[in-house]
Design a protein around this ligand. Structure first.
Ligand SMILES: [Zn+2]
Length: 393
């Protein structure tokens, strides 16, 4: 400004400027709130089609068939949706990998379907698998948030009815070596847990399972240092960034494994992780909502050695493969439909819906059709669990 100041009013000006600065500082946190410009590192667990990528037989496929369950595949599905939601909210996302079928150099278990990890593939995107390489990259980028996506398994083979949500951070339980890890996990937990389509057997927002990796794995504090000097247990968390690894559910619980076979079910988990991250940064709610559900028989139970369910829960009912789900708007016009897959999960999902009233119509040959009215709210998933009766002739 071309204003010449006399010494006498300089003190006044200084005071005014300080007042303006104080107001700007007070507003700054609000303006900086949310995910805009934040750097988020997303690490979908595992990477290849090897025996170490947690392959399992499912109702329709044998173990190691790429059509069957691989944790590497389902973690990537969660991660890609999480990335899309974060980017839509203005964040910059770095992913350790964006496709499946990558193994580390010299992996003796590599299959014909695997390629060797790279810092940039033909699309210019990195496909990193080595946990220490990822930890070093995270440490050098120093993102605002780091999340590793996994699902869990119990020891002792299949058929265990254990399924809970678990967050692990670097350190001992109650002592996060990267301070802020516990707080991030505890903010995220209730969002990730909000999935009534699964059957949780323990752990809840009132009793969150948020554990230090050393405590969880039974290691001796402070754990082994990596090349950067960070200690702990899980190699991918050995960096300076407050972070966690989330075991979203148990793929060793067979009905849950069948659900994870559905890409949209995994995408819904990605949405829930997004909400936890968005909440951490105090971001705006998403403008759209979602519908997710499972359609099952009202009368028939599943009876299959590959589908051991927890007694007395929703998982006892036969999922209706191939069911058609129609979505009608408030003027009763069909606007979308979902064909349930043949993977014995009954799952259906509708993404990015305008808030409002909708009607769902469920149609399965041989069963009585059912419809129900639902309300979709912004930044919220409406869950539906219809059960259809067989038509008796
Ligand atoms: Zn895993």
């Amino acid at each position: 400004m071309g204003v010449r100041l006399k010494f006498s009013n300089f003190a006044y000006m200084k005071k005014t400027i300080l007042a303006i600065v104080a107001v700007m500082l007070a507003l700054a946190p609000a303006a900086a709130r949310g995910l805009k410009g934040k750097v988020i590192y997303v690490n979908p667990g595992h990477g290849g089609w090897t025996i170490n990528d947690r392959p399992h037989a499912t109702m329709n496929y044998e173990e190691m068939d790429t059509m069957s369950f691989f944790e590497s595949k389902t973690c990537l599905w969660k991660g890609l949706e999480l990335r899309d939601r974060l980017e839509a909210a203005g964040a910059r996302v770095i992913m350790s990998r964006t496709t499946n079928g990558w193994v580390a150099v010299g992996d003796k278990n590599a299959t014909a379907n695997d390629r060797v990890e790279t810092y940039a593939d033909e699309n210019g995107q990195q496909q990193l698998i080595t946990l220490e390489k990822i930890a070093c990259q995270v440490d050098s980028i120093n993102p605002d948030y780091f999340i590793a996506l996994h699902s869990n398994a119990t020891g002792g083979g299949d058929g265990k009815t254990v399924n809970y949500l678990l967050y692990m951070y670097r350190g001992e339980t109650g002592n996060d070596y990267a301070h802020g890890s516990i707080d991030r996990a505890r903010v995220a937990f209730p969002y990730a847990w909000d999935n009534p389509l699964t059957v949780w057997t323990s752990s809840s927002p009132d009793d969150m399972y948020v554990a230090g990796d050393l405590t969880w794995m039974g290691g001796t504090p402070p754990g082994k240092p990596n090349v950067l000097g960070y200690t702990g247990w899980l190699a991918v968390l050995k960096h300076r960034v407050p972070s966690f690894l989330v075991e979203g559910s148990f793929h060793s619980y067979q009905p849950e494994r069948q659900r994870l076979m559905n890409r949209d079910y995994c995408r819904m988990e990605g949405v829930r992780h997004f909400r936890g991250i968005n909440a951490w940064f105090g971001g705006k709610p998403e403008k759209h909502g979602y519908i997710a559900g499972t359609i099952k028989s009202a009368d028939e139970r599943v009876d299959n050695p590959r589908f051991t369910y927890k007694e007395g829960t929703d998982d006892q009912w036969l999922p209706l493969n191939g069911a058609m789900v129609y979505l009608l708007n408030d003027r009763n016009v069909r606007i979308r439909h979902y064909r349930v897959d043949n993977e014995w999960n009954g799952f259906f999902g509708f993404f990015y819906l305008k808030p409002g009233k909708y009607t769902l119509v469920y149609e399965v040959p041989g069963y009585e059709s059912v419809s129900e009215q639902v309300v979709v709210k912004k930044d919220h998933t409406t869950y539906c669990k219809p059960r259809l009766h067989r038509i008796n002739h």
